[in-house]
Design a protein. Structure first.
Length: 363
């Protein structure tokens, strides 16, 4: 059986970095996608070199992290950064299995011909969570090489943030990219004209922006469409995906997180049990629930359910909201809480899209 050679790795790196051969050329899939408004906040962090920090781009699957990275690469090229001074790695590709961060940098040096230890370069590591002990190695690179600006991304938001906080204190800058907001959905589809925006004086004397629907029926129909299909940039532009959301959203996004990401990151054994719990939570999104109730319904121990909910939140599939008192402090013995899907279109893909604004699931 033949082993993967160094030449194979070098060829893969050159394939992932087409701008080395042809200036300003990035994959047309990324080039043709319009940038999310969040890009204006993200790109200054990419360029910043006055403080020695790596940028950790977090967010769930398919919200546009890889697209945003390639938009940043294109912007760097447009600003005159030499093409070979920018390198992109798709870390979850099997060819990189078992390689450390420092080894990837060595391969970058071999494939680009640059002396990466001294020249000003930008390195992008996509899906960094699949690299063993990534946070320790990334901190070491940041501390050792002041000339290297590292930007990494990952889909397990909470897990990445935990490791970033523990190991990268003072060395990592976290940037969370959520699913599309309703405004972004309208912006990307060039439909912001259905909203009227004007300024009014606030009670404290300053100015505040006020948003008003020009046509409430049209506004509600767009919001309904957003609930069904609007969380993922790829979905809002594809009639084919919208015709079969279960195939794309459930199979390509939800199932990959439940069947691949969580087991590999946390060593979960009973995937069916976790999948069943997520389906229950998705159907009851925004409803008040309790660990005791979930345990009684499923027959799973409360401590196990609590752990599963933590995993699902770490994968950015759900968001847990606890009850608070009038001072905004959590109750010490609160038995009930609410769980929200981070992206409403996941519910539509698991069950069925909502047909109209009077659907019983709307509240």
């Amino acid at each position: 059986m033949e082993a993967i050679s160094s030449e194979d790795v070098v060829r893969r790196i050159r394939t992932e970095n087409p701008w080395w051969e042809c200036d300003h050329t990035i994959n047309s899939l990324y080039r043709d996608m319009p940038p999310r408004p969040y890009f204006e906040l993200f790109f200054p962090l990419v360029k910043a070199r006055s403080v020695r920090r790596a940028v950790v781009l977090m967010g769930p699957r398919r919200v546009g992290k890889t697209v945003m990275i390639h938009h940043a690469i294109r912007a760097l090229l447009d600003e005159g950064v030499p093409p070979k001074s920018i390198c992109y790695f798709s870390v979850d590709h099997p060819i990189y299995n078992g390689l450390r961060l420092e080894q990837l940098l060595d391969f970058y040096g071999s494939s680009s011909g640059l002396e990466y230890k001294s020249e000003q370069i930008y390195i992008f590591f996509d899906e960094i969570q699949y690299l063993p002990k990534w946070e320790q190695h990334l901190k070491s690179v940041v501390d050792t090489y002041s000339n290297i600006k590292c930007i990494v991304s990952g889909s397990a938001a909470a897990a990445l943030r935990l490791k970033s906080t523990e190991s990268g204190a003072g060395r990592f800058t976290d940037f969370l990219l959520p699913p599309l907001t309703f405004y972004e959905y309208l912006y990307l589809l060039s439909k912001t004209d259905i909203i009227d925006v004007h300024s009014e004086e606030s009670e404290k004397g300053g100015q505040k922006r006020v948003f008003t629907a020009k046509n409430i029926e049209e506004f509600n129909l767009e919001f309904l469409h957003y609930l069904n299909f609007g969380g993922y940039p790829e979905v809002i532009f594809s009639q084919q995906i919208q015709a079969d959301p279960a195939r794309f959203i459930k199979s390509d996004i939800v199932d990959k997180v439940l069947l691949r990401d969580l087991p590999s990151l946390y060593g979960i054994g009973d995937i069916q049990e976790l999948n069943s719990l997520f389906t229950t939570l998705a159907f009851n999104t925004a409803n008040e629930i309790s660990l005791a109730g979930l345990s009684q319904t499923s027959g799973v121990a409360k401590n196990t359910i609590k752990r599963y909910i933590e995993y699902l939140e770490a994968a950015f599939l759900i968001r847990v909201v606890h009850r608070v008192d009038h001072t905004a402090k959590r109750f010490r013995r609160a038995n009930f809480f609410k769980v929200y899907l981070t992206n409403p279109s996941m519910r539509a893909s698991l069950f069925a899209p909502l047909k109209n604004i009077d659907d019983e699931a709307m509240p």
